[in-house]
Ligand binder design. Structure first.
Ligand code: NAD
Ligand code: ZN
Ligand code: ZN
Length: 339
């Protein structure tokens, strides 16, 4: 079968031929219908040797939806909960594989992250417990829900308590994750939602997603955002970029007691010191993906019509073009590969 393979660190992935996996006892074969491209795939491709607890070669693709091909559930349409934990610890027992206690010993971070992923015709899933039914949702919609949707959902869930009436949430980076974060904030909180990006096109997407205002990142953005947040500053900032500039902006914009949710892996630094520049009561969270029950909630939200993923579809044979567009910052919403 055809598969998009990462053959070595620092090399662009290539479309190759590999054997179709044969499931053993307890494993499930899924016929892939769609696989999303995530900015994290670029961080993985570009990783320095030894920086991650796994190594190439493997097939990329950690946002996967398709049809069960084997076993008693054959034919069922599913999305794959991607962080594959040990399966035995108290976290995995309740579907929180994303925070598995044995994460450091596994040798992978999940599907397409050290284990063969879903940018292929078939995907081998180690256990049926990683599958969430999608009903009549299209695979192109469902696949991005498993990371872009789920991670954004978990990020918002962590700060929902702070986003009642007369509050402000700021979303930095309105790409695959950010445009869904805007929709989830609108669907599940009462906050005013402000969006920041470096691309006009992304701000238009933020507006279509329900943001109240959007602003380009500039020298005076902190002032503009504070004014838009009633002069007092934001209650929460969700940073889907995470570089020095955006983390600094977040700290400048948060009001006392404000929450920074750092999702983007842009390598930005934050100095924690008392006394220091962080506002009093400042809280920081570092979500990694989300739990399987939360993925069920995201799927339900999408099926209710509250979430719509903007996608750009590419056949598997055009994976290189899709990765090129992602790298150049040209994707609107989420790029999705269809075998
Ligand atoms: P994306 O490429 O689809 O979107 C990124 C967006 O940020 C784009 O709209 C881009 O224009 C904008 N942007 C870039 N630089 C900016 C800046 N300096 N200021 C404002 N906006 C800027 O990326 P994505 O797939 O949505 O992923 C976003 C980040 O989240 C990546 O770093 C990714 O690795 C990370 N991520 C983390 C998790 C997690 O579990 N913590 C999960 C998925 C992705
Ligand atoms: Zn991802
Ligand atoms: Zn575990």
């Amino acid at each position: 079968m055809r598969a998009v393979r990462l053959l070595d660190w620092g090399r662009e992935p290539v479309l190759g031929e590999v054997g179709r996996p044969v499931p053993r006892e307890g494993e499930v074969l899924v016929e892939v219908e769609a696989a999303g491209l995530c900015h994290s795939d670029l961080h993985v491709i570009d990783a320095a040797p030894g920086a991650l607890p796994y190594r190439p070669p493997f097939t990329l693709g950690h946002e996967v939806a398709g049809r069960v091909a084997t076993g008693s559930d054959a034919g069922e349409r599913v999305v794959v909960h991607g962080p594959w934990g040990c399966g035995d610890c108290p976290r995995c027992a309740v579907g929180r594989d994303n925070l598995c206690d044995r994460r450091g010993e596994l040798g992978w971070h999940g599907v397409g992250l050290g284990r063969d992923g879903g940018m292929a015709e078939y995907l081998l899933v180690p256990s049926a417990r990683h599958l969430v039914p999608i009903g009549d949702l299209s695979a192109e919609q469902a696949a991005p829900l498993s990371d872009a949707g789920l991670t954004s959902y978990a990020a918002v869930a962590g700060v929902r308590h702070a986003l009642g009436e007369d509050t402000t949430a700021v979303v930095i980076g309105v790409g695959g994750l950010g445009h869904l974060a805007v929709q989830i904030l609108r669907a599940t909180t009462a906050s005013r939602v402000l969006a920041v990006d470096i691309r006009e096109e992304a701000l238009a997407l933020a507006q279509r997603s329900g943001a109240h205002e959007g602003t380009l990142l500039r020298a005076d953005t902190a002032r503009v955002l504070r004014a838009a947040a009633g002069g007092v500053g934001a209650d929460a900032v969700l940073d889907f970029v995470g570089n020095d500039a955006t983390v600094g902006l977040a700290v400048d914009v948060l009001r006392p007691g404000g929450e920074l949710v750092l999702v983007g892996s842009g390598g930005g630094r934050l100095t924690v010191r008392k006394p220091g520049v962080l506002p009093p009561g400042f809280r920081l969270s570092l979500p990694f993906w989300g739990s399987r029950p939360e993925l069920g909630e995201v799927v339900a939200l999408a099926r209710s019509g509250a979430l719509h993923v903007e996608t750009e579809r590419f056949p598997l044979s055009e994976a290189a073009e899709a990765f090129g567009r992602l790298r150049r910052g040209e994707v609107r919403g989420r790029a999705v590969l269809v075998p």
